[in-house]
Unconditional design. Structure first.
Length: 238
C-alpha cells in the first residue's frame, strides 16, 4: 500500500482528540468525589463533639448509663421517668436568678430513722452567698474515703415525686432524702461493703463543681448505691 502523508496526519490528529475527550470526561468525576468526602465529615473539624449535660440537670435524660459527676459517680434513674414532667411543675423559681453553684452552697447530713437493713438521711444544701439562686432536680453524689479516694457510687433518682423549680434565698436551704442499704449483696466485695466513707461530695443540679459534707453514717452496701428524691424547699425532717 502506498504511503499517504495527508492520511497519516489526519490519523494523528484524530488520536489526539480522542485522548483529550477521554481525559475531560474523567476529570469532573474526580472533583465530585473529593467534594463528597469533605461534606461527610472527612474535613478536619467537620464533626463537633456535643457538650455533655451536667449531672443532676433536670432536663437530663438518664437511662442508667454512667456519667461523670465531678468524681466519677454514676447516675441512674428509674424506668418510666418522663423528663418533660419536670418542666411542667409550678414555676416557683425566679428565672432571673442564677443556678446555685457549688461554691455558693454548704452541705450537711442529718441521719433519719433507720429501717431493717435500710438507712436514711436528709441532705441539706444551704445558700451561703449574698444573692438568691435557683435549682431543680437531683444532686450528683460521690462517696470519698478519709484519704480522698473515691468510692464507687451510684446515684439513683427516685422520681416518685416530681422535680420542682426552687429559689434559694441567702441563708435559705433545700434538701433531699437519701436512702441506702447496709446489707451486703453480690455487687459488694466478699469482705463486706467496701471502705467506709468519710465525706460525701455533692454536685448541685446543672453544675459540675462539688461541695462536701461529712459522712458519719457507715458503709454503703450495694456497690455504693444511694437513692435520692428531688430537691425540696427547707431543711427537711431531722
Amino acid at each position: 500500500m502506498a504511503y499517504h502523508p495527508a492520511r497519516a496526519a489526519a490519523i494523528v490528529v484524530l488520536s489526539a482528540l480522542t485522548a483529550l475527550t477521554a481525559a475531560g470526561c474523567a476529570s469532573p468525576d474526580e472533583d465530585s468525589s473529593t467534594d463528597n468526602r469533605a461534606g461527610t465529615g472527612d474535613r478536619p473539624g467537620a464533626e463537633a463533639s456535643a457538650e455533655p449535660s451536667p449531672p443532676g440537670s433536670p432536663a437530663e435524660p438518664s437511662d442508667g448509663s454512667p456519667q461523670d459527676a465531678s468524681g466519677g459517680a454514676d447516675q441512674e434513674q428509674p424506668s418510666g421517668h418522663n423528663p418533660s414532667q419536670d418542666q411542667d411543675q409550678d414555676q416557683d423559681a425566679d428565672d432571673g436568678a442564677p443556678w446555685c453553684a457549688a461554691e455558693s452552697l454548704s452541705a450537711s447530713l442529718t441521719p433519719l430513722s433507720p429501717g431493717a437493713g435500710n438507712r436514711y438521711a436528709a441532705l441539706v444544701l444551704t445558700n451561703t452567698s449574698d444573692t438568691a439562686c435557683r435549682t431543680q432536680g437531683w444532686p450528683g453524689l460521690q462517696l470519698v474515703t478519709a484519704d480522698g479516694e473515691e468510692i464507687p457510687t451510684t446515684t439513683v433518682r427516685d422520681d416518685s415525686a416530681g422535680a420542682r423549680p426552687l429559689t434559694v434565698e441567702p441563708g435559705g436551704s433545700v434538701h433531699t432524702q437519701l436512702h441506702w442499704t447496709v446489707v451486703p449483696s453480690d455487687a459488694d466485695p466478699a469482705t463486706g461493703c467496701g471502705p467506709e466513707p468519710a465525706s460525701l461530695r455533692v454536685i448541685p443540679p446543672d453544675e459540675y463543681g462539688a461541695t462536701s459534707a461529712e459522712w458519719e453514717l457507715g458503709a454503703v452496701c450495694g456497690d455504693g448505691r444511694i437513692e435520692a428524691l428531688p430537691l425540696e424547699a427547707g431543711e427537711g425532717p431531722g
